[in-house]
Ligand binder design. Structure first.
Ligand code: FE2
Length: 170
């Protein structure tokens, strides 16, 4: 990579001078938590689409419709989370390799049974909610109410998704 290219990347990745009442060090820790939330959400988004496309069986239409609603909501949330990272002064991860390093979601291409696919999405939504809860604690600790608000809203949505999916398998 040329020196010029390195300099350009650095200027993008470097923290900007931001003074909205949250310390630089705290914003950095929070940006890392947001990056984890972004990566989990991205993987769950893809997993939800996988089910939307490939599920078969008597519940096909319900699952197909429900997963579409859920992934469309996640697409918006992914954008909001990434833009929040930018607003607090850091670079948002935007490559699959970065997401795979940061996420705790696991990929599962072997599941083809509808009830197992639902189970996989329930677990994915639960994992997202669990990790988001830790991120909210961090956001509240440093008084970043806006980030705490955004992440809290996401916890509620993943809990609702898990409930709706779980109800299909009852
Ligand atoms: Fe579709």
């Amino acid at each position: 990579m040329s020196n010029a290219a390195t300099a350009t990347l650095k200027s993008i990745a470097t923290d900007h001078h931001i003074d909205t009442g949250v310390k630089q060090r705290d914003r950095k820790a929070l940006a890392n938590k947001l990056a984890e939330a972004l990566s989990d959400s991205y993987l769950l988004y893809l997993q939800t689409q996988n089910v939307h496309w490939n599920v078969v069986g008597p519940l096909f239409y319900s699952i197909h419709e429900m997963t579409e609603k859920q992934y469309l909501d996640m697409a918006e949330a992914i954008d909001d989370i990434a833009e929040r990272i930018r607003a607090i002064g850091f670079r948002a991860p935007g490559t699959v390799s970065e997401f795979l390093k940061l996420t705790e979601m696991t990929e599962d291409a072997t599941t083809t049974e509808a009830n197992q696919m639902i189970e996989m999405l329930v677990r994915g939504n639960e994992l997202c909610a669990k990790r988001l809860r830790k991120a909210v604690i961090e956001a509240e600790r440093v008084d970043d109410v806006k980030t705490a608000d955004l992440l809290t809203e996401r916890i509620g949505q993943h809990e609702e998704n898990a409930w709706m999916l779980r109800s299909l398998n009852a």
